[in-house]
Ligand binder design. Structure first.
Ligand code: IMP
Length: 412
């Protein structure tokens, strides 16, 4: 029996979807614990390709429970579309479960995200910040449970407040209360078979010695407490959040698997010390197809940052690393990695609270050229990997060299 966590160690988009899809075969429950449809991953099996934002990455395993935990925020239309898409592709959603404690993203959250945060932070405009803010205020939030408990009164009360807030920004109010209420009622009806107290489901599964995989969204540097605040998302991302977002206690956790891309990307605004605004950056974006799954924005690209990775390994308690997209580095004569920062003339190996002024100190490795990864790891790539292991003091257990399931090497 094992309860394991998968987290991103950088700024998201580390290729978690593919890895979770592969690992899922060993688990009975795959659980999302944070974020909402700001996340997105593409999973490829044979000719089939799936872009998902909310339903856990195990759609290709109908027999497994796919659980949306209490820490997730749910956009009704997105969830309904995903259920439809999965069913139309011939996969059952019978084993989907949704926490009655999860919060719901409503039209006003999306409007407010556009008004308040989008410009400064470069959010995905999915209403994530405003919905988590409402969760914290406790007064203006609607949870899945509320869909079945006095919904009309709640919608009426909250919508009056939201109209005032949106009006105070001088913005038009593009929602109709009756429409919204009807939409939510239909949503409630459709998802009713899936709604449970997921904490009970999961802890009972632990008692029955089932295997559970807790699937994190985004990456450590986007964590609202530990990331590059304020250029972060509005939820906790680190492994600790997996317990909060599911109701599974910390003493039940076994492995904490960190996913790291062999280089670095980030979308949206915020500091990114190893960013490359040159031909190499362009090459990483093109070879790595670095365009957002959710917003299609070109991702900012740069070299691997070991200050970030060591920090992520520490605060997540990573027990093993998965290195992804190593094949993208086939196209570089030299592979460069940041080992330390220089800030105001002083060297540091620690992640500072503000990395805006951090100048990366680099170490250069010899490239390996076009590799036949299925046949083995080139000597130079082994050196690169060994250095990462030495610096993080964590073993790389899986190497991913393409989007397909079989483009993967298991190293132990
Ligand atoms: P929000 O989560 O939409 O509020 O966006 C806040 C920041 O997190 C922005 O810089 C987004 O681009 C980034 N972000 C949110 N979700 C993801 C993700 O799944 N991958 C990468 N970046 C993300």
């Amino acid at each position: 029996m094992s309860v394991d966590i998968v987290v991103g160690t950088q700024w998201g988009d580390e290729g978690k979807g593919k890895i979770i899809d592969i690992l899922a075969k060993n688990y009975d429950y795959i659980v999302r614990f944070n974020g909402g449809n700001n996340a997105g991953h593409t999973i490829k099996v044979g000719d089939k390709k799936f872009g998902l934002h909310l339903i856990p990455s195990a759609v290709f395993y109908p027999e497994k429970f796919k659980v949306i935990g209490n820490g997730v925020v749910i956009h009704p239309e997105t969830l309904l579309e995903e259920i439809k898409k999965v069913e139309e592709a011939g996969y059952s959603t019978e084993k989907l479960r949704i926490s009655e404690r999860a919060h719901i993203i409503l039209d006003w959250h999306i409007m407010l995200d556009g008004i308040e945060a989008q410009k400064k932070i470069g959010t995905t405009k999915r209403g994530i910040g405003p919905v988590y803010a409402d969760k914290a205020t406790r007064v203006t939030a609607i949870r899945i449970f509320d869909l079945y408990d006095n919904l009309k009164n709640k919608v009426d009360f909250i919508s009056k407040i939201k109209k005032q807030v949106i009006g105070s920004y001088g913005q038009p109010i593009n929602f109709d209360i009756d429409d919204l209420y009807n939409k939510l009622n239909q949503f409630a009806e459709k998802i009713k078979p899936y709604v449970v107290d997921t904490q009970i489901l999961l802890n009972e599964a632990i008692d029955k010695k089932k295997n559970i995989l807790l699937e994190g969204a985004q990456g450590t540097m986007l964590d609202v407490d530990h990331g590059t605040y304020p250029y972060v998302t509005s939820s906790n991302i680190v492994s600790g959040a997996a317990c909060i977002g599911t109701g599974i206690p910390p003493n039940k956790i076994n492995k904490i698997i960190g996913i790291a891309k062999a280089y670095t990307t980030r979308v949206g605004e915020g500091p990114f010390p190893t960013e490359l605004n040159d031909e190499n950056g362009k090459k990483l974006r093109e070879q790595g197809k670095e365009f957002g799954t959710t917003t299609n924005r070109p991702r900012r690209c740069g070299w691997l940052d070991l200050v970030v990775l060591r920090y992520a390994c520490r605060i997540n308690g990573i027990t093993e690393l998965v290195l992804t997209k190593i094949d993208v580095l086939d196209y570089f004569e030299e592979i460069i990695v940041c080992t330390e920062y220089k800030i105001n003339g002083k060297k540091t190996t620690e992640m500072p609270i503000n990395s805006e002024k951090a100048e990366p100190i680099y170490k250069t490795f010899k490239g390996w050229g076009k590799a036949d990864w299925a046949k083995g790891i080139p000597k130079e790539a082994k050196e690169y990997m060994k250095f990462i292991e030495k610096e993080t003091r964590i073993k790389i257990s899986i190497l991913s060299y393409g989007p397909k399931r079989d483009e993967t090497l298991f190293l132990k």
